[in-house]
Write a protein of this length. Structure first.
Ligand SMILES: C=CC1=C(C)c2cc3[nH]c(cc4nc(cc5[nH]c(cc1n2)c(C)c5CCC(=O)O)C(CCC(=O)O)=C4C)c(C)c3C=C
Ligand SMILES: [Fe+2]
Ligand SMILES: [Fe+2]
Length: 363
């Protein structure tokens, strides 16, 4: 392997700490071609599809990328905003607000947002942080619950970027914050606020993104962390076991995924006589196609069609002040003990030595 020559870190007056807020990513536009590009990158990630490439490639390129983009693009179009994809808009806003909070901490902190798939890429934002003088970078995947498919995939991408650089910044990673009291309180606060303004249903369904069921037996902690978040949120809201239910949504493909599945559960509950339900998605830090379309449109329709009378969707934490406070607290906790001083920059020192020798020689 060979490394390209690269400019020294631009330290400016004080070396900075970068904070990279990462989310999953989203297409650049609600069109079939943009969705195809996005899905091709996403579904080629071996962290996401754990099937040998030889078996998966013909399915991905022969079937999925020919059929899914057009259907998905229509769904994206139904949630797209003037500013763009909701996931992008919220993540960008969260990073700005986080910058406002972390900028107050006494050291120079530069917050950037990045997407694991699509834009802005993790690589481009790490380049930008490096150019701005960040010699240390805290990577904060906006996934409260750890999973190999999400959190570890972000870590892979950071490692891939590092493979191409000689002078790699110091990294720290937030692997999870599923049981952080400030995150739980932010969730509880949003549910209470919703009940106050919209009224309260007979059951609170907590719907998390699903994962293939086999990941649980293979050792992925995701399922356990979702259940713990659910229990802690229920405790914060003083709910009995009969007053809430944890479910899993967004099944992809034919394999068994984590159960119970959200939409079939809602249908069964409605058929069993449940009239009024509140639904919250605690594992999504920002509203996106999976919450706005799959839950607030499709799951709502399924519940009402099966005899339910009231379906009340509680938005994700998005830019709620308690959420930004929680993210800032999680970041601060991981920044603790990280000195802002840096090792002398080898290139800068070599240049200084060279300049001193030159000026000595000319005298
Ligand atoms: C919150 C955590 C997430 C986990 C865990 C996760 C696992 C996972 N997802 C897929 C397949 C798809 N997910 C899609 C969208 C999507 N997924 C997450 C989050 C998690 N995924 C988010 C935030 C989004 C929204 C993106 C947006 O643009 O709004 C999609 C694309 C949409 C579609 O075509 O349905 C797919 C496909 C798998 C296979 C998986 C675990 C193995
Ligand atoms: Fe997903
Ligand atoms: Fe979905």
């Amino acid at each position: 392997m060979s490394f390209l020559p690269e400019p020294a870190f631009d330290h400016g007056s004080t070396p900075a700490i970068g904070v990279l807020l990462c989310n999953l990513g989203t297409p650049d536009a609600p069109t079939a071609s943009a969705v195809r590009r996005y899905l091709a990158q996403f579904l080629s990630d071996p962290r996401v599809i754990e099937i040998p490439k030889l078996a998966w490639w013909p399915i991905l390129h022969g079937i999925i990328l020919r059929t899914r983009p057009a259907k998905s693009a229509q769904k994206y179009a139904s949630i797209w905003t003037k500013e763009g994809s909701p996931l992008m808009v919220w993540t960008e806003r969260q990073a700005k607000l986080l910058q406002g909070r972390l900028g107050e901490q006494g050291h120079r902190v530069i917050v950037r947002h990045a997407m694991r798939y699509g834009n802005p890429s993790i690589a481009s934002q790490l380049d930008a942080l490096r150019a701005a003088g960040a010699t240390r970078v805290l990577v904060l995947p906006a996934y409260p619950q750890y999973s190999g498919a999400t959190t570890a995939s972000v870590i892979d991408e950071v490692a891939r970027w590092s493979l191409a650089h000689r002078h790699v910044p110091e990294f720290r990673f937030v692997n999870r914050y599923h049981d952080d009291p400030r995150y739980i309180e932010a969730l509880a606060d949003s549910v209470r606020a919703h009940w106050k303004s919209e009224g309260r249903g007979d059951l609170l369904v907590m719907s998390f993104h699903g994962m293939p069921a086999r990941t649980l037996t293979l050792g992925d902690p995701y399922h356990c962390e979702c259940l713990k978040t659910g229990r802690l949120l229920a405790e914060a809201l003083r709910l009995s076991e009969a007053q809430y239910k944890v479910t899993f949504q967004s099944r992809f493909g034919k394999a068994r995924w984590l159960e119970p599945y959200t939409e079939p559960t809602l249908r069964t509950l409605a058929e069993g006589g449940l009239k009024s339900v509140d639904l919250v998605c605690p594992g999504f830090s920002a509203d996106c196609i999976e919450t706005l379309e799959e839950i607030d449109m499709e799951a709502r329709e399924a519940f009402l069609h099966a005899g339910g009378q009231r379906f009340s969707y509680i938005p994700c934490l998005n830019d709620r002040p308690a959420h930004i406070r929680a993210l800032a607290a999680v970041a601060e906790q991981h920044l603790q003990g990280w000195p802002t001083t840096t090792t002398p920059d080898a290139t800068a020192l070599a240049r200084q030595r060279e300049a001193a020798q030159m000026s000595g020689a000319s005298r």
